[in-house]
Design a protein around this ligand. Structure first.
Ligand code: HEM
Length: 257
């Protein structure tokens, strides 16, 4: 019986279908190991060969990798949070309370999202600091530094837009202060330098664009929700893809000087 099963399995492994899915053998040879990485859609995101120093925690602190991992946790917990949250003035705050006190595991879900968001802001700064200290912003990696700056701004914007969503007093006033700063933007803010160039006023400047009016209200909540859950995560994902691709194209992680 056992030998029959074994025969069936080896016939399956010789079959056309099996070979079209698994394109390499299992023997532990350098060629097979490379093929296993390069022929798998998920594994191929890593290079088949890395230089020894690139794996050293002391060099990268793995801060870029940790930042990416935190981003993935945020996406997963954020999508689950969306099942329970309605971005309207009427429901938002109550939905948060319902989530915290009634939904099974709701409190841990919300806090995972919140604390991971705080952690991501810290790790992205630490990653930037590491890149600076190891001089990894120098050619040929100067473009990736610029992509990184974009990612830093998007990470901070994700944090800022998410802050309004609980729709409590803390978030309302924090975002009131934050968006008021927008009025002082040069040219595009009505209280900023050179505002007269565009002729913007309190109803038409960049602050009004983000808040959807003159005060923080339900229109602001909806705008921040869309920015937080759709636009900024998509932009950040695209920039991350470019960022990781650039790391590969620039010859992998920079080496010790
Ligand atoms: C969401 C934010 C970010 C993510 C997920 C991310 C992710 C990564 C990862 C996984 C690496 C591979 C090496 C490592 O883990 O350290 C890397 C490298 C790099 N990152 Fe970022 N990064 C982000 C933001 C930034 C920022 C803010 C900067 C700088 C302004 C930056 C500049 C660079 C550069 C220049 C490299 C190449 C480093 C080298 O070759 O040693 N990144 N990034």
């Amino acid at each position: 019986m056992a030998s029959e099963k074994k025969g069936l399995f080896s016939a399956l492994r010789r079959s056309y279908v099996w070979k079209s899915v698994f394109r390499h053998e299992y023997e532990d040879t350098a060629r097979n190991r490379a093929l296993q990485i390069s022929s798998n859609v998920f594994l191929h995101l890593h290079p088949t060969k890395v230089r020894r120093h690139a794996l050293r925690l002391r060099f990268t602190w793995c801060m870029g990798g940790v930042t990416f991992l935190l981003f993935l946790v945020l996406v997963v917990t954020g999508v689950i949070l969306m099942f329970y949250y309605r971005p309207t003035g009427e429901y938002a705050f109550h939905d948060m309370k319902y989530l915290e006190f009634d939904v099974p595991f709701g409190m841990i879900l919300r806090n995972m999202h919140r604390w991971t968001a705080h952690a991501m802001v810290i790790t992205v700064w630490l990653h930037m600091f590491r890149v600076f200290m190891t001089g990894s912003y120098k050619p040929p990696r100067q473009f990736n530094w610029v992509v990184g700056v974009g990612l830093l701004v998007l990470t901070l914007l994700l944090s800022f837009t998410g802050y309004l969503l609980p729709w409590d007093q803390l978030s309302m006033w924090a975002v009131t202060v934050g968006t008021n700063m927008g009025s002082a933007t040069p040219i595009a803010g009505h209280e900023g330098p050179f505002a007269e160039l565009l002729g913007v006023d309190a109803r038409t400047d960049v602050r009004a664009l983000f808040t959807g009016g003159r005060l923080i209200g339900p229109a602001t909540l909806l705008r921040f929700y869309v920015l937080h859950c759709v636009l900024i995560p998509i932009l950040a994902s695209v920039l991350m893809i470019v960022h990781f691709w650039r790391v590969r194209k620039d010859g992998g992680i920079s080496g010790p000087l």
